[in-house]
Design a protein around this ligand. Sequence first.
Ligand SMILES: Nc1ncnc2c1ncn2[C@@H]1O[C@H](COP(=O)(O)OP(=O)(O)OP(=O)(O)O)[C@@H](O)[C@H]1O
Length: 274
Amino acid sequence: MDRSTGVFAVGAVTVRFGGLTALDDVSLTVAAREVHGIIGPNGAGKTTLLNVCCGFQQPDAGTIHRHGRALTALAPHRLPGLGMARTLQGVGLFRGLTVLENVMVGADRHRSTGFLAALLALPGARRDDAALADRARAALEEVGVADHAGRLPGSLPYALQKRVALARALAGDPELLLLDEPAGGLGADEITELRELIHRLADRMAVVLVEHHMDLVMAVCDRITVLDFGRVIASGDPAAIQADPAVAAAYLGEERRGGADPAAGAGPSDGAGS
Ligand SMILES: Nc1ncnc2c1ncn2[C@@H]1O[C@H](COP(=O)(O)OP(=O)(O)OP(=O)(O)O)[C@@H](O)[C@H]1O
């Protein structure tokens, strides 16, 4: 696929931190409604790549395209306007806001009145708030936490906080969702629910998924890009990735370095059938 096509593409991206090359000539293209996994051993460059995709990290070289159009000044605050949303590795919720208010922040791009109208509580702004609250409630409903709308995030178990963070991303109605380790800290049942949710989301949006949990990756991804030491070592569907000796060697190398625990589902050939 041409690297500038698809709903989103990075082309020949390089990122250096001092003498360390975290990403070296990395390209990936995400098709509409595709779930695209980014995997690789610890330190391979997955988070750096996701940070490039959402403008947290400016690349030293390379291109980023959205719907074939080059993005020259991608920055996190521009994501909603580009139909994109990202969740963080942790939860990143505002502790002083309720669950509903947190998710309304994610829906804000749908506000039609300006900041001043909101500040003065003009009638248009009040109607906007009501519409945003409806949108936020629908997102909370979708991830199964609508009952907790009035709670503070800190009073909820971690797994529910992660769902709230996902609802906040969904409230903006993205076309492209970037998920950073959504399964981190979740138990087996919660991961099963997450898998079903990602399947449902892929009916209406593309998803880029950085994740260590291989059972989940292999079950939900249409395509997978594998990084090792900042380079793409493989790209393909889950079956091809599981059969790729270079991928096995990369994870084996990590295991020898003591980083991976294949018994916990961290290796690429674990749990393909689940
Ligand atoms: N801000 C930074 N400054 C210096 N080095 C960094 C920075 N961020 C990442 N690195 C280094 O870049 C490399 C890639 O890191 P990155 O976090 O992207 O890997 P990863 O695949 O996400 O790792 P993990 O699976 O452990 O989260 C690592 O060697 C890391 O130490």
